[in-house]
Design a protein around this ligand. Sequence first.
Ligand code: FAD
Length: 690
Amino acid sequence: AELDTLDLVVLAAILFGTVAYFTKGKLWGVTKDPYASSLANASGAKAGKTRNFVEKMEEQGKNCIIFYGSQTGTAEDYASRLAKEGKSRFGLETMVADLEEYDFDNLDTIPEDKVVFFVLATYGEGEPTDNAVDFYEFITNEDVNFTEGNEPALGNLNYVTFGLGNNTYEHYNSMVRNVDKALQKLGAHRIGDAGEGDDGAGTMEEDFLAWKEPMWKALAERMGLEEREAVYEPVFSIVEREGLTKESPEVYLGEPNKMHLDGTAKGPFNAHNPYIAPIAQSYELFSVKDRNCLHMDIDISASNLNYQTGDHIAVWPTNPGEEVDRFMNVLGLSEKRHTVVSVKALEPTAKVPFPTPTTYDAIVRYHMEICAPVSRQFLAQLAAFAPDAEARAEMTKLGAEKDYFYEKISLHHLNIARVLDIVGKGQKWTNIPFSAFIEGITKLQPRYYSISSSSLEQPKKISITAVVESTQLPGRDDPFRGVATNYLLALKQKQNGEPEPCPFGLSYELTGPRNKYDGIHVPVHVRHSNFKLPSDPSKPIICIGPGTGVAPMRGFIRERVQQAKNGEKVGKTLLFFGCRKSTEDFMYKNEWEEAKEILGDNFELITAFSREGPKKVYVQHRLKERAEEINQLLEQKAYFYVCGDAANMAREVNTVLSQIISEQRGIPEAKAEEIVKNMRSSNQYQEDVW
Ligand code: FAD
């Protein structure tokens, strides 16, 4: 038979994949995803990676595939947990899959005795996560076409869905809702409820736990599965490498991928491959002792990175030494921290989330969210490995009782090592297989920051404005400290020669693996966003940016100053800024005065200091006071920008704007709300909230 074009394309792809695999991509300068290729080697993935998931399931003897659309790692985590539970409790042959790695035009060829899970986070303004964009466009397309052309198209498909969203956003869980709707329309059969977790209410984990029990019951019934007693089976094997030491050149000490290990790191820099950027300068923005807010200028001139005003920069943090030590200590790994290990997936479809061979120290310091909230389910799982009966009983209770768990753990922001320390009363937990941590703890995630510089003014320098996370909580001696912001604070202290030790006794490996970040460097990448100024600078803009929400607004205003300096006509620019006190946390005060000198009456700063008067005043109150002017500007098609706190401020601003429009135009509130909605869909109203 003759080969058609498609066959040739497939053959060529397999050939390329095979050669790339055997040459480890060396000949090709493989660009797409260097991290994945180094990980693929590490986890023993086979050549000629298929994008056909049905074939892959067949080949691997799987009857359950769990796709995830994940931005910050939580959805990916939930997918892994479901896979593990499906296997251990119900004997399902599960595999976890990144939506980005497969095609979906053959979704209709899935046999009826298999099940497909979709664990889908909604990102930003109701958008799919980066890895789910193609899938989402495909499945929600009105004219979607499948291989077989059945009627209904997806009559064979049994599926399960869970969505991760945030109710403070306009488009709550829109990803999972829209995908579910599309699948139903195509005749697919959902098993259990379409679950929804709410990060806004802080109930994500509990929503997930509450959803999955009835779902498993429904699934077991549908597929005729018998529940059995779950026994822990490791997903990864950890092999200690006697011939290697941390000095061996092939050992990863925190380098994110092979290029970084070999010292040949080059772009494209992205979520798999950070650029180790020099910090040009850093300084404190607050004038109080007990709170910190950092300004940093990151130099990208020696890279091929670029950005546009309004984009986001991602910072790749490392864990503080004290928490790494605590973790090592409670597991009895302190002596072995520099032992070299290879980690292999025992299950061919599982991926090792970091490159190996590496050391325990590097895994814990560079690749695991060891400071993050602990999951109740994880504690229940670890109960079996407790050092004594008392600790086992306590772990079981914490795992089973939601309110008890909240009171003992969540309320104090305890991380996993602190929990084990407290529950085990200082004993070491040496029975837990290390694989359980690789499976149960999210991989260390980059943190995003709204870029606070203008690419017109400084195309090769990216500014960050970040408030340092530090909260005194009940029942703890030391305050809870955020990972990335305290790491940045340490870098700032080092850069400015401030007294060691680093912030609050926390020490960081600031010079990075093998001193590769020596000097003052931070690993970063850039994520493009839709938060953008109007292309016509003469259009008026209204910016609402209290606290660090001022970050992208600073970028916008500096951009407009630069445009004015370049002789362009710049429209009215209003900035609503709020903070506690004019004497404490009034960021960039001098810069606003400089902007005023250039933009004149076309720039106005409206401040709200919440702790200066008898009553708390916030930006939304100031907005209301300016109702008439705001309405006039909107009638002149002013762009309206909101950045900062998603939970309260952004919502209230939205409400106040509707009220202003309603009052000023003498129309019912419902009509005004409709107008605001339309402003959002036409990009006249833009949010950058977190
Ligand atoms: P983390 O360690 O990540 O902690 C963050 C929060 O998680 C804590 O406050 C707490 O609520 C919770 N948490 C963590 N560990 C635990 C635990 N063990 N138990 C219970 N709760 C826990 N921030 C800025 O300052 N400026 C910006 O311009 C900015 N822009 C952003 C833009 C985008 C698009 C996004 C998504 C976020 C932005 N952020 C910004 C927030 C920023 O990304 C970080 O979330 C923030 O700096 C905190 O990071 P961290 O690592 O210091 O804290």
